[in-house]
Ligand binder design. Structure first.
Ligand SMILES: [Zn+2]
Length: 238
């Protein structure tokens, strides 16, 4: 299936490690979902407290700045909510606590499609070896999708104390996979995606955001014959 989105799905969730991860990886798809009336929420695992090499800035200031930037990006995209789990940046591990916190959000927001980061470290080329928080968030998100969100006896207090019924995510889409099989035409939404990435002013210069985002989407678009696209590895869950 190429280009069009699944009919009948109307709820999306994106689980990432940091503010700006989703804007780099899937903001065109999210912009399209929102434009088509989907209810979309972000779940950010970390507090973003390490993402600066400016010696003048403290972690506490950075947490506030990055939270505000992510909320601004969310408004541009049309997200229903942005949830910050608040784990310390750069130290994320796929613990049961992280898995439970993501499970809680899945049961609360009941997404049809959940997008997460690739849990596998890929050593594809010179210049970038990947961020450990990204792998950890992907692993925790996948484990929350299956089996934790689905099984009523896992994290039983989510049901007994919080009233959160189990939920089956219908499809899991993984960002940054070397063999993508789900391409989304985002040609009509790339301007919104750029604007959302540019909201992360502490992380990327506006011109760089525009150039890098369009270049990546243009390359992906060539695979399906459209101007701009994003790609994922899709898992349909029975
Ligand atoms: Zn990141």
């Amino acid at each position: 299936m190429v280009g069009q989105l699944n009919e009948g799905f109307a709820r999306g969730m994106v689980v990432t490690a940091h503010a700006d991860d989703a804007e780099w990886g899937c903001s065109g798809t999210v912009a399209r979902w929102c434009a088509e009336g989907w209810d979309v929420v972000y779940v950010l695992c970390t507090d973003g407290s390490k993402g600066s090499d400016n010696p003048e800035i403290t972690s506490d200031e950075l947490i506030k700045i990055r939270r505000r930037e992510q909320e601004n990006a969310g408004r541009i995209l049309g997200l229903s909510d942005v949830i910050f789990l608040g784990y310390p940046d750069a130290y994320l591990e796929p613990t049961l606590a992280v898995r439970k916190d993501i499970t809680r959000q899945i049961r609360r927001h009941r997404p049809d499609v959940l997008i997460c980061m690739n849990p596998v470290r890929r050593l594809m080329g010179d210049g970038y070896i990947g961020h450990p928080d990204h792998f950890a968030s992907g692993e925790a998100a996948m484990s929350a999708v299956f089996p934790s969100a689905r099984d009523r006896l896992t994290f039983p207090d989510l049901l007994s104390a919080e009233g959160l019924e189990p939920h089956k995510v219908r499809e899991l889409w993984v960002m940054g996979h070397e063999e993508p099989d789900r391409f989304v035409d985002v040609t009509g939404h790339v301007d919104t995606a750029v604007a959302a990435l540019q909201a992360h002013r502490s992380q990327v210069a506006p011109d760089d955001a525009d150039r890098y985002l369009r270049e990546g989407r243009r390359r992906t678009g060539q695979h399906i014959g459209v101007q701009y696209a994003e790609s994922f590895k899709r898992f349909r869950l029975a």
